[in-house]
Design a protein around this ligand. Structure first.
Ligand SMILES: *Cc1c(COP(=O)(O)O)cnc(C)c1O
Length: 713
């Protein structure tokens, strides 16, 4: 239904024998197929790395002589043919899980709205976990053959690039993206012009152009206000992810909710389910109601009629994490809407009114919860927190009966698992193991992999991480302007054989990056013991407007650069999906220290576990469900503590004790061949328990069975 509207740009000069490389560059399928990535990489590994794994730039910049050579190279062509055979088989598959299990969904697509999508590092239209979850959701929908269409924004500047000064201060660079370099296709109308949709504000209309991103079999459509007919101000509306000023934010969310519905209509979609990934998209409920009011229904009837098909996933366990707008701001931008909805102002506000200590706000969370039949949190504990938090919307019910369920998050295994590990698993569990990702029986056979073989892959991945870190610093040093302190802090002294702990995530204060540094002397003793060195790699961005988050980075950085840490603490700049991939694949231990219960789910630990790293985390979010006593380690225990100071103290004590007495000795307990069998037993237990349960395979199936299918009926 959709592909004829966008066409592949014809800007590559490719030999005929390998001309389909251009097509592959525009389908992100290659990003979760290591063999397909090698079709690009093998052309020129250095250039491939230097261009940040961007196949479009690679194909434009590599030059015809090298391409001619490849078109003549038997080995290369064998790889090429194998990859395209796989690609064609994938794209034309008819026996998918969704079509076999749920034929009722054929031609009834699910619309999935999200402010951000984390699909690949070359497409910086994500900031963190929420976006990566959305990206993984699309990839899994594609794998399962689920008819789904994504809706979001094409940001002119993307999310910022992080630089850390010699004194640990975060600088945010906002670069204009060149869309010609990105795997985004312009969408055209039948008359040959760019297709646009319009959204009205009281004093003007804003036009939005459309882009298409191909994610395997799933299309993602993105809105872009950078069009000729808009004012400069309106062009800026989709320039960045998460403006901090409320005017920009509310307008952006109107564009997503209202513009997104109109975009799907313009493209000819009639979705059967409307899934809001977080409250940013909640205005879609009003646009859908407006459509029905226009055809003669009352506002109440329209809401009643559309509610059953709306689904809302909440991700924040604190009221302040939800977008709330002052009523005057809604007046300012939405006053034109209530006549169209045929409701008076006060009644309009009732649908999202939230009483807060300072008065009343218009809450996107309330709007979404009231107008969605399916509502879910993202872990069991988060479900409990959400039911307590939103109890006031269902005052007649007991807290436990508040109608918010949970679907624990997952990660897309193929996207995050290292190629070498995939090969090893295929060898021992059968080549079709990817078809049974969510089957615990498959994973129970993991013991078939001999310890030395698994350990060899683990060591390989850690060396790869160490080399990658050094190459990054080398480039920065060569480019000039880098202080020796920054070189040291970026991990040039990393030892690829030492126990390595990763801590990488958004620097929000609740994630408590400073917890492991709360008793620096004790930590220095622990990491500097003879014959048992320990390294900790930190990475993460703070929101540019989050001063406390930036100070936390600085606090960590000031420890990292001290001589006493002997180069064993490292801070890596610019955490993105590429760095995340190296880290979750390369470190031995993945540490997470959120203040319970603030980590709604968390997903990076799942990525680490499926690569054979062990989790060492607070029993919050997903880890509380996954931890069984022997597949990793817990920090603190499964109880609620009201005082943050008390909780910090107890958790820090537990962290140091476990690290010192259990984790480090077990890692360095080796047989004569240097194999740590107890450690590997833990890795196997972790992979067996985490991979089937905390993948998007299980997660998306759960969304289908428990939320999408009931909404279609
Ligand atoms: C997975 C991922 C996240 C989410 O990690 P959390 O566990 O939620 O902290 C954030 N950023 C990037 C780049 C990721 O890949």
């Amino acid at each position: 239904m959709n592909n004829f509207r966008s066409r592949l740009p014809n800007h590559f000069d490719l030999p005929k024998r390998i001309h389909r490389l251009g097509e592959l560059a525009y389908n992100l399928w290659w990003t979760w197929q290591p063999e397909a990535a090698r079709v690009f990489g093998r052309l020129d590994y250095d250039l491939w790395e230097r261009l940040g794994h961007n196949p479009i730039r690679l194909l434009r910049e590599i030059g015809r002589p090298r391409l001619n050579q490849a078109a003549d190279d038997k080995d290369y062509l064998a790889l090429y043919d194998r990859v395209f055979e796989g690609f064609d088989a994938y794209m034309s598959e008819t026996e998918t899980w969704a079509l076999i299990t749920h034929p009722e969904l054929i031609n009834r697509p699910i619309a999935y709205f999200s402010m951000e999508f984390g699909l690949h590092e070359t497409l910086p239209i994500y900031s963190g976990g929420l976006g990566v979850l959305a990206g993984d959701h699309l990839k899994e929908a594609s794998d399962l053959g689920l008819p789904l269409v994504g809706v979001g924004f094409m940001y002119a500047q993307g999310f910022f690039t992080q630089r850390i000064s010699e004194d640990g201060w975060q600088d945010a660079l906002n670069n204009e993206l060149d869309f010609v370099d990105l795997p985004a296709l312009q969408v055209f109308a039948d008359d040959g012009n760019r297709m646009t949709v319009e959204v009205e504000f009281p004093d003007r209309n804003v036009s939005l152009a459309l882009w298409e991103i191909r994610v395997g079999r799933v299309p993602l459509y993105l809105l872009d206000s950078n069009v000729e007919s808009n004012s400069d101000f309106d062009k800026s509306l989709t320039a960045r992810l998460y403006w901090s000023d409320l005017d920009h934010r509310v307008m952006q969310e109107v564009l997503l909710g209202v513009g997104g519905v109109r975009m799907l209509r313009a493209l000819g979609y009639n979705p059967s389910v409307w899934h809001m990934n977080e409250g940013h998209a909640a205005f879609l409920t009003l646009e859908r109601a407006r459509e029905l009011v226009a055809s003669g229904r009352t506002f109440e009837q329209a809401l009643e009629k559309t509610r059953g098909q709306n689904i809302f996933t909440t991700h924040t366990p604190v009221p302040a994490g939800n977008d709330e707008f002052p009523l005057w701001l809604i007046d300012k931008y939405l006053a034109a809407l209530w006549p169209e909805l045929k409701v008076p102002r006060e009644k309009f506000f009732d649908i999202a009114r939230h009483h807060v200590p300072s008065g009343e706000t218009f809450s996107m969370g309330v709007l979404a919860l009231r107008n969605a039949q399916g509502r879910n949190a993202v872990s069991e504990l988060h479900g409990r927190v959400a039911r307590r938090m939103w109890h006031f919307l269902w005052p007649d019910r007991a807290e436990d009966d508040v109608p918010i369920t949970y679907v624990t998050n997952g990660v897309h295994t193929a996207n995050w698992m290292a190629r070498r590990l995939r090969i090893l698993i295929g060898l021992h569990l059968g080549e079709d193991w990817m078809d049974h990702l969510d089957d615990p029986d498959l994973w129970s056979r993991l013991d078939k992999i001999p310890d030395p073989a698994l350990w060899e892959v683990r060591m390989h991945l850690k060396r790869k991480l160490a080399f990658y870190m050094r190459e990054r610093v080398r480039d920065r040093w060569k480019a000039g302007g880098y202080h020796p302190v920054q070189v040291v802090s970026s991990g040039v002294m990393i030892n690829p054989y030492a126990l390595t702990i990763g801590f990488a995530r958004r620097f929000a204060t609740y994630k408590r990056a400073g917890l492991v540094l709360s008793d620096v002397d004790r930590l220095l003793n622990i990491i500097n013991r003879p014959n048992m060195p320990v390294q900790i790699i930190f990475a993460g961005k703070a929101h540019p407007a989050d001063e406390a988050g930036k100070q936390l980075i600085q606090q960590v950085y000031r420890q990292v650069k001290r001589a006493e840490t002997s180069g064993r603490l490292v801070f890596l700049e610019d955490y993105d999906m590429n760095l995340a991939r190296y880290l979750v694949q390369g470190v031995d231990v993945w540490m997470n220290t959120p203040r319970r219960p603030m980590e709604a789910s968390g997903t990076s630990g799942m990525k680490a576990a499926l690569n054979g790293a062990l989790n060492f985390s607070v029993l919050d979010g997903w880890w509380r469900e996954a931890f069984n006593g022997q597949n990793g380690w817990a920090i603190g225990d499964d109880k609620d503590i009201d005082s943050p100071e008390v909780q910090d103290g107890e958790d820090a004590g537990s962290l140091y004790d476990t690290l010192e007495n259990e984790i480090i000795p077990m890692y360095y307990d080796r047989d004569v061949k240097e194999i740590p069998h107890d450690w590997i037993a833990r890795i196997k237990d972790s992979m067996k328990t985490v991979i089937p349960q905390f993948g998007t395979r299980r997660m998306v199936k759960e969304y289908v069975e428990r939320l999408y299918v009931p909404a279609v009926k």
